[in-house]
Design a protein around this ligand. Structure first.
Ligand code: ARG
Length: 472
C-alpha cells in the first residue's frame, strides 16, 4: 500500500486523464483523499446525467457537435444511468467526483465522442446545475412529506375539536383550549414551512449551465434551450454569480432549520404529554421503547430523537454559512463542502417528518386526564373578569383586580372558581349575580372563544375544513 504522502509513479497513465496534458504525475494519496467528493456526490448522478443529456442535445442543435456524436453521447449516458440504477457502476475515488466518473465511463463506452461533451462547459457550471436540480427535487419530496404530516394533524384535530385541555403560557395553566385547536397551530407552522421551501424553490429555479468556468463561453450555445429542457424557469443572468452562488443551498437549509425547530417543539410537547404528571396522550408500543432495567417504562424515544435531530439541521446551516462567508468570486473548492450538509439535512428532515407523522397517527389523547388538568389553576379566571366587564360594565383593569381577589378566596378554600358560593364572591363585588356561573365552566369558556382564530369547537371544525382546502 502507498503511504498517504507518497505520490503516484511518474507515468502518463498515472496523471489525470482529464488534465494529464499539464501534469506529469498523479496526486499524493492524501491529496486524492482530501480532494475526492465521489463518496457523497454520487447522489447527484441522476441530475448530472440529465444535465449532460440536455447539454449534448443543445450542442448538436447549435451545430457545435455533430448529431452523430450527440446520439452516441445520449446512448452512452442512458447506459450509465442504467448501470448506476442496477448498482453495477464502479465509482472511483481517483476520478474525484461524479462529473469525472460519468465522463470517464462514457469514454470507455463510446470512445472519442465522449471527449466532445465537455465543450462549452466546466465542472463549475455543471455542479451548480446538478446541485440546484437536486435541491429542487428534495424540496418537492419534503413538501409532500410536510403535507402528509399536516393531513395527520388535521385528522386528529377534527376528531378532537371539542376535547378540552389546559392552554399554557410560561407552561403555567392559562385558559382552556381544545386539543384540536392546539394541533391546528402546528398545521399553520408546517404550512409556513412549506411556503418557505416554495419560495426558495422559485428563486433557485434558474439554470447555471453555459456559465462555463466563470466567464461564459465563446461557443454559440443556447442557454434558453438547456434551461427549459431541465425544467428551469430561465438561465442565470451572470456567469460569475452562477458558478459561485450557493445561497439556494443556504435558503434550503434555513427553511429546513425552521421546519426542524417546529418539529422539535412538537416533539417536546409529545414528550411532556406522555409524562406521568401530564398524561395527556398515550403512544402505543409501536412508538415507544422499554427500559432494560425499569420494567414499567415506556419511553417516547421517537419524539426525543425528532427533538434532538433539529441540532444536526441547524448545525448544517451554520456550517455552510461559515464555509461560504469568506469566499471571493468565483468558484473555490471550498464549495465542494456544500453537499454533505444538504444531503444530511434532507435525510434527517425526511426521517423526522415521517416519524412525527407516525406519532400523530399513533397517539391517543386521554380526554379525562386533559379535562382533569383544566380543573386546576383557576383556569376560567379570565372568563370571570370578562363577565364583570360585559355585565357590570367594569373597566377591564378593575375587573382584573376583583377577579384576583376572588381567585385568592378559591385558593384559600382550595376549590375551583365554579365551586365558590355566590355570597363569597359578593363579599368581593356585591353586584355579582348567579349568572356568573354560566361562564365559570371549562366548556362554556372554550365555546365562548368564537373570535376569528379562536379555540371554540365550532371554530376548530371550520378551521380544520379550511386547512384541508388551503394545504391539502
Ligand atoms: N466536485 C466539485 C464540487 O463539488 C466539482 C467542481 C470542481 N471544479 C473545479 N474547478 N475543480 O465542487
Amino acid at each position: 500500500m502507498r503511504s498517504m504522502t507518497e505520490t503516484r509513479p511518474d507515468s502518463p497513465s498515472a496523471a489525470n486523464q482529464l488534465w494529464g496534458g499539464r501534469f506529469a504525475r498523479g496526486p499524493a494519496a492524501i491529496m486524492e483523499r482530501i480532494n475526492a467528493s465521489i463518496g457523497f456526490d454520487q447522489r447527484l448522478a441522476a441530475q448530472d446525467i440529465a444535465g449532460s443529456k440536455a447539454h449534448a442535445a443543445m450542442l448538436a442543435d447549435c451545430g457545435i457537435i455533430s448529431r452523430d456524436d450527440a446520439g452516441k453521447i445520449q446512448e452512452g449516458l442512458d447506459r450509465i444511468a442504467e448501470e448506476i440504477a442496477r448498482g453495477d457502476f464502479e465509482f472511483k475515488t481517483e476520478l474525484e467526483d461524479i462529473h469525472m466518473n460519468v465522463e470517464a465511463r462514457l469514454a470507455e463506452l463510446i470512445g472519442e465522442p465522449a471527449g466532445r461533451l465537455h465543450t462549452a462547459r466546466s465542472r463549475n457550471d455543471q455542479v451548480a446545475t446538478d446541485f440546484r436540480l437536486w435541491v429542487r427535487d428534495a424540496i418537492d419530496r419534503l413538501d409532500a412529506g410536510l403535507a402528509g404530516l399536516q393531513e395527520a394533524l388535521i385528522q386528529q384535530a377534527e376528531a378532537h375539536a371539542d376535547t378540552v385541555m389546559p392552554g399554557y403560557t410560561h407552561l403555567q395553566t392559562a385558559q382552556p383550549v381544545t386539543f384540536g385547536h392546539h394541533l391546528l397551530a402546528y398545521v399553520e407552522m408546517f404550512g409556513r414551512d412549506r411556503g418557505r421551501f416554495r419560495d426558495a424553490r422559485a428563486r433557485l429555479n434558474e439554470c447555471p449551465l453555459g456559465s462555463a468556468a466563470l466567464a461564459g463561453t465563446s461557443f454559440p450555445i443556447d442557454r434558453e434551450a438547456t434551461a427549459s429542457a431541465l425544467g428551469f424557469d430561465r438561465p442565470t443572468a451572470n456567469s460569475l454569480d452562477a458558478v459561485s452562488d450557493r445561497d439556494f443551498a443556504l435558503e434550503y437549509l434555513s427553511a429546513a432549520s425552521i421546519a426542524a425547530v417546529h418539529l422539535s417543539r412538537f416533539a417536546e410537547e409529545i414528550v411532556l404529554w406522555c409524562t406521568d404528571p401530564f398524561g395527556f396522550v398515550r403512544l402505543s408500543d409501536a412508538f415507544t421503547t422499554g427500559s432494560s432495567i425499569m420494567p414499567q417504562k415506556k419511553n417516547p424515544d421517537a419524539a426525543e430523537l425528532v427533538r434532538a435531530k433539529a441540532g444536526r439541521v441547524i448545525g448544517a446551516l451554520n456550517g455552510l454559512l461559515v464555509t461560504m462567508k469568506g469566499l471571493p468570486l468565483a468558484y473555490s473548492k471550498d464549495m465542494q463542502e456544500d453537499k454533505e450538509p444538504v444531503f444530511e439535512t434532507d435525510d434527517t428532515l425526511a426521517l423526522t417528518i415521517a416519524a412525527a407523522t407516525g406519532m400523530v397517527r399513533d397517539l391517543s389523547p386521554r380526554r379525562e386526564r386533559m379535562r382533569a388538568a383544566t380543573e386546576r389553576g383557576f383556569i376560567t379566571a379570565t372568563d370571570l373578569a370578562d363577565w364583570l366587564v360585559r355585565v357590570l360594565g367594569l373597566p377591564f383593569r378593575q375587573a382584573h383586580h376583583v377577579t384576583g381577589r376572588i381567585v385568592r378566596l378559591a385558593e384559600e378554600k382550595d376549590c375551583r372558581l365554579d365551586q365558590l358560593d355566590l355570597e363569597a364572591m359578593r363579599g368581593v363585588e356585591p353586584r355579582i349575580t348567579a349568572a356568573i356561573f354560566d361562564v365559570l365552566g371549562v366548556d362554556a369558556s372554550v365555546a365562548s372563544r368564537t373570535s376569528l382564530g379562536g379555540t371554540a369547537p365550532d371554530n376548530v371544525r371550520r378551521a380544520a375544513a379550511a386547512a384541508r382546502e388551503r394545504f391539502l
